[in-house]
Design a protein around this ligand. Structure first.
Ligand SMILES: Cc1cc2nc3c(=O)[nH]c(=O)nc-3n(C[C@H](O)[C@H](O)[C@H](O)COP(=O)(O)OP(=O)(O)OC[C@H]3O[C@@H](n4cnc5c(N)ncnc54)[C@H](O)[C@@H]3O)c2cc1C
Length: 459
């Protein structure tokens, strides 16, 4: 039995953001995650856009947390050493759409979004020469940005761990009960933790977890978003996330950039089951035809990966509440888009409630998280210097993404060590390129085995 002041259930972006906030306040915190790594669900498969906030309905929780979260991202990414491309976003239309764009602009202003403006064809095509020639105007939102969604989650959790927080992965919360001064939470393997305060951020299972605590149950629906990822040789085809006009189904199929240099096309919006991340041929065709309404045809032959993420909805707005039934229990339910953007603000709201409700904080000296070395971003001089200090940074393992043995070893000895090739990929990006790991997976396994052997001998 382990005792904590705070237990957070679910290591998606909301849980990870709260974990880092709480630990930095000196709160004894445990993050309980069902998967073998953080960002196991929606937080690893989305568009990676830090939305400006012109789209959500004014006065909704979505609008509030979107705009506040957007304002927190830059300093958070700087603190974590995570890449953020501050490119702004474009929502494009034809002359007949101008009124709709102006309505979006007005809505954005009402939500408190800064710098929004309608731009005309000449300026627009200077910014994005590969737009569909029929496009005539656009809403430019300069505060929109792009991040690595799983990179941010990993950064937040690593920061929490090096500052004294605890994370238990493979901890599927299946039971909960009240105990002296708090709650007892049990995993599928009968592992138990006690906590005085509990925040439920369990994404697709948030309503189920509420049920375990005898709290409010929500009717959730699931909507799949399929994507096409183009190889890095497509880099420069577009320079911003390019949205069509949003409709009742959502923000539509967009052409987007990634922090890794790829072009990302999608997502679709297909009602689905909770764990359905299959990409259907219908979805691929839908993306290919829809995206052409906004841009000229990209080279679809550069496709290297198809993937899908699932949005969780509990009606038209986010549910972020302090329980009225259970003391010191809080929950985030139905955090669909723009949840990646909103997460830092949702975390701050929870933290404020926890403090109001008397959670114990301590002053701690905050240690800075060390970001991963990325040899492909170094110039020749910098790389030479690094390789002189540590020759393993000079041994290339993944040729497509230029990832060295040193970077793989950094991932293996990181604060939350990976337990799968996919988790290594999410930390230092081998297997992300054109061959999708066909050439480098055997080499990674060999490095991993040798690393484990050395670790065993040390102990
Ligand atoms: C296709 C798509 C595109 C999107 N694009 C964007 C975008 O560009 N910008 C944006 O702002 N937002 C976007 N979103 C929304 C964003 O991805 C989500 O809002 C966000 O990831 C939700 O985070 P979360 O922490 O609430 O939940 P999740 O990421 O779902 O995390 C919940 C975690 O809880 C864990 N868990 C579940 N049950 C249990 C249990 N019983 N015990 C322990 N752990 C449990 C899960 O394993 C999971 O890791 C998009 C979403 C999708 C699907």
């Amino acid at each position: 039995m382990e005792n904590f002041e705070l237990a957070i259930i679910g290591g998606g972006i909301v849980g990870c953001a709260l974990f880092s906030c709480a630990v930095r306040e000196g709160i004894s915190t445990v993050l309980l995650e069902k998967g073998d790594d953080v960002a196991s669900y929606a937080s690893k498969a989305n568009s990676g856009i830090v939305h400006s906030g012109y789209d959500p309905i004014p006065n909704s929780k979505m609008a509030k947390y979107n705009v506040l979260g957007n304002a927190l991202y830059e300093s958070m990414c700087r603190r974590l050493g995570e890449k953020m491309i501050k490119c702004g976003t474009l929502t494009v239309g034809r002359e007949k759409d101008r009124l709709k764009l102006e309505k979006l602009l007005a809505r954005g202003k009402q939500n408190g979004v800064k710098g929004l403006r309608i731009i005309e064809k000449k300026e627009l095509f200077e910014m994005e020469p590969n737009l569909n020639p029929e496009i005539e105007c656009a809403l430019f939102a300069p505060t929109g940005a792009v991040v690595s969604p799983f990179g941010v989650c990993i950064g937040l959790v690593e920061e929490g761990i090096i500052n004294g927080g605890t994370i238990l992965t493979n901890f599927d919360v299946v039971d909960a009960s009240k105990c002296d001064g708090g709650y007892q939470i049990k995993s599928q393997y009968k592992r138990e933790v006690n906590a005085k305060f509990v925040v439920n951020c369990a994404g697709p299972n948030a309503s189920f977890v509420n049920e375990l605590f005898g709290d409010k149950v929500f009717d959730l629906s699931f909507v799949k978003g399929e994507y096409i990822l183009l190889d890095k040789s497509s880099q420069g085809f577009v320079h911003h996330p390019i949205f069509p006009l949003p409709d009742e189904k959502g923000k539509g199929v967009l052409a987007n950039i990634t922090v890794y240099g790829n072009i990302l096309l999608g997502p679709t919006a297909v009602p689905c089951e909770q764990s359905d991340t299959k990409v259907e041929i219908k979805g691929v065709e839908k993306i290919q035809s829809s995206v052409l309404k906004s841009i000229r045809s990209p080279n679809f032959k550069q496709t290297i990966k198809l993937f899908a993420g699932v949005r969780v909805k509990a009606g038209d707005d986010f549910v972020v509440e302090r329980s009225s039934k259970n003391k010191n229990y809080y929950y985030a339910v139905g955090i669909c888009s723009p949840g990646l953007t909103a997460a830092p603000a949702i975390a701050e709201e929870f933290l404020a409630w926890l403090k109001q409700d008397g959670i114990k904080t301590n002053k701690i000296e905050i240690k800075k998280r060390k970001p991963y070395v990325c040899t492909r971003d170094l110039n020749t001089q910098e790389l030479k210097k690094l390789v002189k200090q540590n020759p393993s940074y000079g041994k290339v393992v993944c040729r497509c993404e230029s990832v060295s043995e040193g970077e793989i070893l950094d991932a293996l000895s990181s604060p939350l060590p990976p337990t799968s090739i996919a988790a290594i990929k999410r930390r230092v990006s081998p297997t992300m390129g054109r061959c999708q790991g066909r050439a480098c997976i055997p080499k990674i396994i060999k490095i991993w085995a040798e690393f484990r052997r050395k670790q065993k001998n040390k102990n």
